[in-house]
Design a protein around this ligand. Structure first.
Ligand SMILES: [Zn+2]
Ligand SMILES: [Zn+2]
Length: 414
C-alpha cells in the first residue's frame, strides 16, 4: 500500500514542537481574556459570499481563495482570514456591544506552494465591535504589542497608519490616481492602478517603490473627524509608552479597513516576510455583511511567523517534558496501572512503560520521559507492600509505604 501523506502546502505539528503552540495559544488567551475578550468558535468554512462581499478586488479573494462546490451544490470557501467570519457571526447573533472576541484558528489559501508559504496557516486574533472610540484602537494595538512582549520578542516595530473613511478617502484616491497616471509602475500595477491605487503603495517592486516615493500621503488628506481620531490614537499609544513608526505605505489587502491600521514587523526576520501580524479598523464591514452599521477593530497574529521571530531572537523555547513521575513495574504492570491512575487523579503527571519490558529498558524510558522521580515496584516491593521512590536527578532513593505514595511524591516534587 502506498504511504499516505499530508496534503500539499500543509504540515503536521507533533510533540514536543506542538507544546510550544499550546503554550503560545495559552499565553495569548491569558493576555486578551484579562482585557475582557471571550473565545469565539466559528466554522472553518463559510458561504463564499461572506468573503467575496468584503474582499472583492483583493488578491486573496480573486486568486487565492480555497473554494469549492460541496455535494449540495453550495459554493463554499475555507476561511482565508479571521475577521469576516467573526463579524458574520456578530451580524447573525447581534450580541450586546461592545462585543470583544478572540480566536485561534487556521486560515486557508489556495496558491502555488512555495517555501515558507502554506495553504493552511494559523492565526491568533481579536475583534472588538460596537464603538469607534479611539481608546479601543489603542487597547487593541496594545494587546497585540503585549502578546509580542509576553513571547519575549524585543525587536518588533509597530507600524501605524490611518486609511481615513468614506468621507476623505475617495478624494485622496483621486489625487493618488492622478499622481500615478504620470508614473512608470511595475507590470502588474501599470494596468490595474486605476481600480485600486492603494495597492501600488504596498507594492514591493522597485518600479512602484520609486514611483511612489513622493506620492501624496493619506494621513495628510484626512477629514477632520479622521484626523482627530488618529491624533487620539497616537496620543494614547504615547501615553502607554508604546513606540510606533508612521508608515504611509501601510495599506491593508482587504477593502473594508478604515482609519487606524497597523502592522507588527519582526526586525529579526527577512524584510519580505517579517510581518508577524497586523490589523485595523473596519467600520464598514458589518454593513457589508448585511448587518446594522457597527464600527469595529481587530488584529491577527500568525502563529508560524511569531514562532519564527521567536526562533530568530532565541526566545520562547519549546517547553520541556511535563512528566513528573515514571512508574517502573517489573511485576506484570498491574501496579503501574494503579499507581499512574492514583497519581494522575491527584494532579501529578505520571507515565509508565508497556509490554512487560525489563527493568533496564523501563529506566531508559524513564530517563527519556524527563521525569524527576521514578517509582519502582519489583518483587521485593510487591511482597512488602512498599514502593521505591528514586530521585532521577539527585540520585537518592527511599522505600515508602504503598499507601502513602502520593503524599511522598508530592513532598519530593515540592
Ligand atoms: Zn507594483
Ligand atoms: Zn475621514
Amino acid at each position: 500500500m502506498a504511504e499516505l501523506r499530508a496534503p500539499v502546502g500543509t504540515r503536521d505539528v507533533l510533540p514536543p514542537e506542538s507544546g510550544r503552540w499550546e503554550r503560545l495559544v495559552g499565553l495569548f488567551a491569558g493576555v486578551v481574556e484579562r482585557a475582557g475578550y471571550g473565545l469565539v468558535l466559528s466554522p472553518m468554512f463559510e458561504d463564499v459570499a461572506v468573503f467575496e462581499r468584503v474582499g472583492e478586488g483583493t488578491d486573496v479573494v480573486r486568486k487565492e481563495m480555497y473554494e469549492f462546490e460541496d455535494k449540495g451544490g453550495r459554493r463554499i470557501a475555507l476561511r482565508p482570514e479571521g475577521t469576516a467570519s467573526v463579524v458574520r457571526a456578530y451580524v447573525q447573533h447581534r450580541p450586546t456591544p461592545p462585543f470583544k472576541a478572540w480566536y485561534a484558528a487556521p486560515n486557508f489559501r489556495y496558491e502555488r506552494p512555495q517555501a515558507g508559504r502554506f495553504r493552511q496557516h494559523h492565526q491568533l486574533g481579536v475583534e472588538a465591535l460596537g464603538t469607534d472610540d479611539a481608546d479601543l484602537d489603542v487597547e487593541v494595538v496594545a494587546l497585540a504589542w503585549s502578546v509580542c512582549t509576553a513571547v519575549g520578542l524585543s525587536r518588533v516595530t509597530l507600524l501605524l497608519n490611518s486609511l481615513g473613511d468614506d468621507v476623505c478617502r475617495p478624494a485622496y484616491l483621486d489625487l493618488l490616481r492622478a499622481f500615478l497616471r504620470g508614473a512608470v509602475l511595475c507590470d502588474e500595477h501599470a494596468g490595474s492602478f486605476e481600480q485600486n491605487p492603494l495597492r501600488v503603495l504596498d507594492c514591493k517592486r522597485e518600479a512602484c517603490r520609486s514611483a511612489t516615493a513622493d506620492a501624496p500621503r493619506l494621513v495628510d488628506h484626512l477629514c477632520e473627524p479622521c484626523a482627530g481620531h488618529f491624533a487620539r490614537v497616537r496620543a494614547g499609544l504615547d501615553g502607554l509608552g508604546i513606540g510606533y513608526r508612521l508608515e504611509p505605505r501601510l495599506v491593508r489587502g482587504l477593502d473594508y479597513y478604515t482609519r487606524t491600521t497597523f502592522e507588527l514587523a519582526a526586525e529579526a526576520l527577512e524584510s519580505a516576510q517579517n510581518a508577524v501580524g497586523g490589523g485595523g479598523r473596519y467600520d464598514k464591514l458589518a454593513e457589508a455583511l448585511g448587518g446594522p452599521p457597527t464600527p469595529g477593530i481587530g488584529f491577527g497574529l500568525g502563529i508560524e511567523r511569531l514562532l519564527l521571530a521567536a526562533d530568530a531572537e532565541d526566545v520562547f523555547p519549546t517547553p520541556g517534558p511535563r512528566i513528573d513521575v515514571f512508574v517502573i513495574d517489573t511485576t506484570g504492570g498491574a501496579e503501574a496501572l494503579a499507581l499512574t491512575h492514583e497519581l494522575r487523579a491527584a494532579g501529578v503527571a505520571a507515565d509508565r512503560s508497556f509490554d512487560g519490558r525489563s527493568m533496564k529498558s523501563q529506566f531508559k524510558s524513564a530517563d527519556r520521559s524527563g521525569a524527576r522521580l521514578a517509582l519502582v515496584v519489583g518483587e521485593q516491593e510487591a511482597a512488602s507492600g512498599t514502593v521505591t521512590l528514586r530521585d532521577l536527578r539527585a540520585g537518592g532513593q527511599e522505600t515508602v509505604d504503598r499507601h502513602d505514595v502520593v503524599d511522598h511524591v508530592r513532598k519530593a516534587l515540592s
